[in-house]
Design a protein around this ligand. Structure first.
Ligand SMILES: CC(C)(COP(=O)(O)OP(=O)(O)OC[C@H]1O[C@@H](n2cnc3c(N)ncnc32)[C@H](O)[C@@H]1OP(=O)(O)O)[C@@H](O)C(=O)NCCC(=O)NCCS
Length: 147
């Protein structure tokens, strides 16, 4: 396989992977996020051999009154998870945010993916909660991408 290539995507490009990775075993089938077309929202992915293998959506949205970016819809194709692709995409996205001068990235992390975020410098804030759409346990996680 070719090396993963970082690509900017349209919101529509993300739908197939959102459906196959993030909408399995959960009550919602919705793959459109209300933030998808907000000004400043960027969809980043990794492509290998022409196929989209990982996706992420980066939404300008304050955290505790500070300028920040919310990471949403982070997913790696099911058959390629655990090979470093998600980590690579996450680091590219955080570097992109830092380059704009914004210091914070936050996410509502599924508990099943918490270890992934903690390994990449995020810290848990507050108590766990059940997400309305997926009915899965989540925690809010925050990472400082600029010192
Ligand atoms: C969470 C998710 C995006 C991570 O993407 P990924 O491509 O699997 O991420 P990585 O491969 O970089 O890291 C995943 C694990 O594989 C391990 N790993 C990383 N590189 C590896 C490699 N080369 N070989 C073997 N294992 C590796 C890491 O230790 C990591 O373990 P951790 O979960 O304890 O941190 C992906 O697993 C996924 O789509 N999960 C389902 C959807 C989901 O939960 N999305 C997040 C919503 S908040």
């Amino acid at each position: 396989m070719s090396a993963p290539e970082l690509v900017e995507l349209s919101a529509d490009d993300t739908h197939a992977l959102r459906r196959s990775v993030l909408r399995v075993g959960v009550p919602t089938t919705e793959v459109v996020f209300s933030e998808d077309h907000l000004p400043g929202t960027i969809h980043l992915g990794l492509r290998m051999d022409g196929a989209l293998v990982a996706i992420s959506t980066w939404v300008p949205r304050e955290h505790d009154g500070s300028p920040a970016v919310q990471l949403r819809g982070m997913a790696t194709a099911s058959d390629l998870q655990g090979h470093g692709l998600g980590g690579l995409l996450l680091e590219h996205g955080c570097a992109m945010v830092a380059a704009t001068g914004i210091a914070l990235v936050w996410a509502r992390a599924r508990d099943a993916a918490l270890a992934f975020y903690l390994r990449h410098g995020f810290a848990i804030e507050g108590e766990g909660f059940i997400d309305d759409a997926t009915q899965l346990p989540h925690h809010l996680v925050v990472r400082r991408v600029l010192l």
